[in-house]
Design a protein around this ligand. Structure first.
Ligand SMILES: [Fe+2]
Length: 155
């Protein structure tokens, strides 16, 4: 990132996202840890149970395991921030679908609503970062590279 503010935004959001992963994992664990086999089957989790028991395993709702391939980076701050913006919208949409599915469980709804709201905030913050980076890149005599120990503020 070519400016300190965008670096700080990325660090803040990245740190918060790890905490969100922990929250979602905890919700899943609390919902499944004492579930009977009948409840697991009724919830459509038979295949999941077969592969993972009631452990928390990072995968999509369709069963695709999480991989680093989901982390988009292109080596270009504008492209990277556009990817981040899209990721936040996809996360917001996912939380909204989870909220639809969990409408009868207030203990789950509140954290999901909180997480959805944070994705909206992240989208706004990434937008701030994008505008800052675009402004920085538009300045005259601004040079950017990814080499360490140069004399610009991009490291
Ligand atoms: Fe987010």
């Amino acid at each position: 990132m070519p400016d300190q503010k965008s670096k700080a935004i990325l660090n803040d959001i990245g740190t918060e996202e790890l905490a969100h992963l922990e929250m979602v994992g905890t919700i899943v664990h609390q919902l499944t840890k004492n579930a009977s086999i009948e409840e697991i089957e009724k919830a459509g989790l038979g295949a999941y149970y077969t592969d993972h028991g009631v452990d928390v395993y990072p995968q999509s709702a369709a069963g695709t395991p999480f991989t680093a391939a989901y982390i988009a980076c292109k080596g270009d701050p504008i492209a990277n921030l556009q990817e981040d913006l899209a990721a936040e919208q996809k996360a917001r949409a996912t939380y909204e679908k989870l909220i639809d599915l969990c409408r009868d469980n207030p203990d789950v709804l509140d954290p999901l609503r909180y997480l959805r709201e944070r994705e909206v905030v992240h989208f706004q913050r990434f937008g701030e970062a994008l505008r800052g980076v675009q402004d920085k890149l538009a300045q005259k005599k601004f040079y950017m590279n990814n080499m360490k120990n140069n004399n610009c503020d991009c490291n």
